[in-house]
Design a protein around this ligand. Structure first.
Ligand SMILES: [Mg+2]
Length: 265
């Protein structure tokens, strides 16, 4: 396995269940990242979680000794913002988003529906809104039912948490599907390929020189395979080896945790 990933220029890491769990880093993930950096590999932190901005992620990852200068952070929120820029159907946005994320979108120059003029929006952006309220659900539902452009940052139904998984954007998508029959027009995050295209473009590399490392088969590994990346499944999070064998999905490497990754470079 020595040098199996020797040609890899960038490693895209999932966060929860791959680099940390409940805010505690897994094994010696920080030291493994240092080994890869020394070999000239670009470290990319890739998350579907759109409940906060990349700046906030940078601070959190730096506190865990994972983020170092020169690393790259990419969330489904960043890429959604890029995709919306190119989308001619996106005019005024009604975001299902935290205040922090809404401020980020305003700073990026997006036209956000002000309070009182929500029904003039032509687009609903559904993110992992940890400040979701019934009023917001009612407004978004009416807009979606009325034919608004409907963009979701990611499809994850739940997010890992200490006592019990918490409802994530995919659960909100299911709520609107039940309520008005529509699915999003676009979903940005893993397993869809938008984030891979974005990272490859930003790092001026090709998908075949990128490796996706993650703990979920149907998001992380499916994303890597869909986008033509190399793939490494870690068993430190959601997936057991038995799940992997039963899935029929074929990845390039199965490892206990990221600590084993250095052996492949
Ligand atoms: Mg994960």
């Amino acid at each position: 396995m020595e040098n199996k990933f020797g040609k890899i220029k960038a490693v895209l890491f999932d966060l929860d269940g791959t680099l940390y769990l409940d805010g505690v880093i897994i094994g010696n993930a920080d030291k493994t990242l240092d080994i890869l950096r020394k070999k000239g590999v670009k470290i990319v932190f890739l998350t579907n979680n759109s409940s906060c901005t990349d700046d906030e992620y940078g601070k959190k990852l730096a506190r865990l000794n994972l983020y170092k200068q020169g690393d790259f952070i990419c969330s489904s929120l960043t890429v959604a913002a890029e995709v919306m820029k190119e989308d001619k159907k996106v005019g005024k946005i009604y975001p299902l988003a935290t205040g922090e994320v809404t401020r980020y979108l305003l700073k990026k120059g997006y036209n956000i529906a002000n309070k009182g003029e929500e029904y003039t929006a032509d687009t609903v952006l559904l993110t992992f809104d940890k400040e979701l309220s019934y009023d917001k659900i009612v407004i978004a539902n009416r807009l979606i039912a009325g034919g608004a452009r409907y963009i979701a940052t990611h499809p994850d139904k739940v997010c890992p948490a200490k006592y019990c998984s918490i409802p994530d954007a995919g659960s909100f998508i299911a709520l609107f599907k039940e309520s008005n029959g529509r699915d999003p027009d676009i979903i940005i995050g893993k397993p869809y390929p938008y984030m891979a295209e974005y990272v490859a473009q930003k790092l001026s590399t090709d998908n075949e020189y990128m490796l996706m490392v993650g703990d979920r088969l149907y998001t992380d590994m499916a994303f890597g395979i869909n986008a033509g990346l190399k793939t490494a499944l870690v068993l430190s999070g959601e997936t057991t080896f038995n799940d992997y064998e039963k899935s029929g999905i074929k990845v390039d490497a199965v490892i206990k945790s990221v600590d084993e990754l250095a052996e492949y470079f």
